[in-house]
Design a binder for this molecule. Sequence first.
Ligand code: GP9
Length: 403
Amino acid sequence: DEKEIKDTLSWFENKNSNKNERYFGRYKGKNLIIVQLEAFQGFVLDKKINGIELTPNLNKIAKDSLVFKNYYYQTAWGGTSDAEFLSNVSLLPAREGAVYYQFAGNKYDSLAKELKNIGYFTCVMHANRPGFWNRTNMYKALGFDRYENENNFIIDEIQGMGLSDKSFFRQAVEKMKNYDRPFYSFLITLSSHFPYKDYQNKIANIIDVGEFEGDVVGDYLKAVKYTDEAVGILIDELKKAGLWDNSVVVFYGDHAAIPYENKNKLAKLLYGKEDLNTFEWVTAQKVVMMIHFPDEKIKGIDETTSGQMDLYPTLANLFGVKPKYVLGRDLLNDKEGFILTREGNFITNDVAYLKSLDKLVDLKTGKEVDKNKYNYLFEKYRTYLEMSNKMLEYDLLRYKDKK
Ligand code: GP9
């Protein structure tokens, strides 16, 4: 009803007003390049496999970037598309199915729209069929000026699921060279897609994965190594094109790589042991996340518990826009630290709630703590989930405009 609509909109408006504005608008006028890396879980950074660095290119940029070490994915049924949605809209994914299919007709406040309002050209690139995840319709709803899909790339080299990330990045930079400035480009990679099979038999020897040879973890490590090499190419090409020094560049992973049924393999890789308990599994669900600034003035490691819903508000502040209907927080000004997931888990800087066990666990000790002492947290995250659901399911921004 009318009151519920008003209350929901006001909840968002209040939450997002009177915020601390350190760094507000500092990078306004710079290009923004966001690279969403397929299945890049957080542990790949700094990982050595038989003494060899798995992601030397990302690690090198990380040294001069702001790195979020405890950044979780919050995706649900919509996989990659949910990560896109969380990062560009800052609402949780749909209760059932994928937002990209269920709610493509909604009206959204999005990063692309806000940047367009201040004069940016906006573009999304992903070299797969445009119908996949209903992207054509959804990218219109998100306000992108252009969608460069499979049909706009020369498919000259295949790796994994489609056009190789190396070729994709090279062609992406060629396209960006011709874009009006400033621009926002959202690049979504493809090669390191599950099941990480090297169908073309090109990367079998890219890295010696030892005991993981021939299983899903071994195949994953090879795919990650390949995409990291592609990232190296992207950076070189951006530098050659004179874009690197004029752009804020973000790298983040979209969702899990290793399925739950392979958790004993993951246990081997991460801890050298036979299995992971629920706590270890849940807290392993982090993804890569770093922001490289052209002046390299903001850098270092941030340990705040954070997640994909926080990207848009964080960038909005840096580029000088103030979105009113985001669920996440600006990570440069808000250190409270928490994430919540569609399935009902939440993690703060101190505790993690494991829905499947109905247990609250201390992050430092891994030991169970008394849930009743943390009722306020349960209430808070219930409200967040409810507000996000209402925004999405009642299409509240459309209502707002009609008023
Ligand atoms: C395909 C890609 C895959 O275009 O984005 O999505 P996913 O299966 O990883 O959710």
